[in-house]
Ligand binder design. Structure first.
Ligand code: FES
Length: 154
């Protein structure tokens, strides 16, 4: 049983982390952190929540989607903040994820470079709109625009 008097208020957590109380409520609603409630239904947080929030902030800085952060944090033992070993593992995984997204963005930038000065906006031929000519394999020669137009007119 946790002595609720030693827990932190949402304002204290906000002050110590620099995260707005509205964002803390959002984190909680999103399943990233959890709180206990007083008899007056006020939130109280374990001190270890500050460390969890540090991990969330670092992950967000690296552009990691909230779903991925939540999924990774959920693998940790319940009620325990990420320790040094956890952070080592998380940061390695997110570094790898970041490498993947950087490679994707470089490909998008290359595709976008082909569009500069073009203006065709071709559903079939623009590699930004139709990367890897996905439409040719999925729609067997029928353009997606035609399908949308056909279904819209029925
Ligand atoms: S707009 Fe023409 S190739 Fe993308």
């Amino acid at each position: 049983m946790v002595d609720i008097s030693v827990l932190l208020t949402i304002g204290e957590v906000s002050d110590r982390t620099g995260v707005a109380t509205s964002a803390l409520r959002f984190y909680e609603t999103s399943g990233l952190i959890e709180s206990r409630r007083t008899s007056g239904n006020q939130r109280r947080y374990q001190r270890s929540t500050i460390r969890t929030i540090a991990v969330i902030k670092a992950a967000q800085r690296a552009g990691i989607p909230l779903d991925e952060i939540r999924e990774r944090l959920a693998r940790l033992p319940a009620g325990r903040a990420p320790n040094r070993e956890d952070w080592e593992e998380l940061s390695k995984a997110w570094s790898s994820s970041l490498d993947t997204r950087i490679a994707q963005l470089i490909r998008v930038k290359e595709d976008l470079a082909d569009c500069i000065g073009c203006g065709c906006l071709s559903i079939d031929n623009c590699s930004l709109i139709n990367p890897g000519d996905e439409l040719s394999s999925t729609l067997a020669g029928t353009s997606k625009l035609e399908l949308v137009t056909d279904s819209g007119s029925k």
